[in-house]
Design a protein. Structure first.
Length: 79
C-alpha cells in the first residue's frame, strides 16, 4: 500500500480559508461565552454594590453580548 493512501486524504481538503473560518467561529463562540460571564459579573456587582453607574454598566454589558452575537452571524453569513 502506498504511503499516500494511508488515510491522510482528508488533509488535502483542508485549506487556509477553512482554517481561518474555523478559527474565527470558534473564537467568537468563546467570546460570546466570555460576554455572558462578564454580564453575570456585572449583575452580581450591581446587586452587592449599587451605584449610579449600575444601569449604564448593565446596558454596556448587554450591548457587548449583542455585538458579539451580531459579529458571529456576520461571519457565518460571509462564509
Amino acid at each position: 500500500m502506498p504511503i499516500e493512501a494511508a488515510g491522510f486524504g482528508f488533509l488535502n481538503s483542508l485549506t487556509v480559508g477553512l482554517g481561518v473560518k474555523m478559527f474565527l467561529i470558534l473564537f467568537l463562540i468563546f467570546y460570546i461565552i466570555f460576554a455572558f460571564v462578564l454580564y453575570r459579573q456585572v449583575l452580581t456587582m450591581c446587586m452587592k454594590l449599587p451605584t449610579l453607574l449600575s444601569g449604564h454598566l448593565k446596558f454596556v454589558s448587554v450591548i457587548n453580548i449583542g455585538i458579539a452575537v451580531a459579529v458571529l452571524f456576520l461571519i457565518l453569513g460571509l462564509f
